[in-house]
Design a protein around this ligand. Sequence first.
Ligand code: 5AD
Ligand code: SF4
Length: 479
Amino acid sequence: MASEHVIEEKKQGQALVTNNIKGNTKKLFIESYGCQMNMNDSEIVAAILETQGYNTTNKLEEADLVLVNTCSIREKAEQTIRKRLQKYNRVKIDENPKMKIGVLGCMAERLKTKFLDEEKMVDLVVGPDAYKDLPNLLKEVEEGRDAINVILSKEETYGDISPVRLNSNGVSAFVTITRGCDNMCTFCVVPFTRGRERSRDPKSIIDEAKDLWNKGFKEITLLGQNADSYLWYGGGLKKEFKKASEIAQQTAIDFAKLLEMVATALPKMRIRFATSNPYDMHEDVLHAIANHDNICKYIHLPVQSGSTRILKKMNRQHTREEYIELIDKIRTIIPDCAISHDIITGFCTETEEDHQQTLSLMDYVKYDFGFMFAYSERPGTLAAKKMPDDVPLEVKKRRLTEIINKQMAHSKFRLEQFIGKTVEVLIDGVSKKNKEEWKGRNSQNAVVVFPKTGSEKLGDLVHVKINRATAATLIGEKI
Ligand code: 5AD
Ligand code: SF4
């Protein structure tokens, strides 16, 4: 399998289209790469630009403004984006010289003025915390100047902006709850591109969720680089919590409380969340999941490596044994919970023995899904500064293949456990292979396909008896 992933990344790099506000005459072409947070940020950007007279378009040639929301997580992600920028520039020169081009997101934050000075490929560079400055920056650009804002913020959560839902199926939506990351894993560029952790006011989260429900949405995913680290004490950085007043500290709302609040306020909305760092995931979150039928029984719990020695080098703050303890707790408190992982192969100094530890951890957990990557050194990270990238590429790739093969076997094993059972499926679209079939997901996030009967519609929760499983899909019939 050539791909780095077992699971596809959603809607990578597609033009994001939806809004059509009457009276808006300017056209925005916006593409998003990377994580779900980036997708949601593009929806926030579209909302900000809607007030500036822009509607979205999927025709690159006709755009007045082209924005690419970028990812820096691995070198390959950055290369893909550079190619896209070259393509935009060709279209600009050949077909639409008035077009303005801007870079948003993590790569904007990482490379800053380099885009303007060296590459001369863009007019506008905006980091993840500066989107509210877009109207001012666009004025600069319209007056013929390059514009840049890559200032990271202590407070910005965009809690007051109602995102324009782009490429939406009208059923599932993202709701961002925290921004930034304080964990400082040594391989990861995110703390540098997205800044320090801060949480969003729970009231604005619940208001947004209610608004989505009223608009017909049936599922929300609460998003954070580190969702379990959510902590609201009136605003401000997580790391300044200890400086807050006693009352603020006592009345603070953590992730378990937030989950309970959202699940109770919207008892029929399906609730998912991502991503969980094992270090920050506590037992009360597991009880919240177990206690509410509407919180999906699925946890994305990246482990990165099964070797305690490597975990230490990665600054992951937990050992292999502690991770296994957490897995055991999940299995006890939520017996039907699906679990997925992220794993990196070939991190600095990784030996065959370390790799075997990762494989044996996978055997222990038998994950339902997984996202797997070969280590890619990122400039500026502690690993890049202090640890030689000493595992040869062929070795990284061979280990990656072994891990992917194992995950495929485990995914198959997990899917097969549903055969003969009846599961609850939220219909989120029509099957790509057959228009006469619906597609949806069960609580455990497995994709389920079944024939239409004529009595159900998009957004319905239906019961489906599972008859068989392919490599990544359950196939059944509505009962
Ligand atoms: N190289 C390879 N994979 C990485 N990830 C993060 N940084 C790197 C890197 N430098 C992976 C981790 C993380 C996921 C989002 O991307 O597994 O959990
Ligand atoms: Fe990529 Fe990470 Fe930035 Fe998301 S937060 S876009 S995964 S670098």
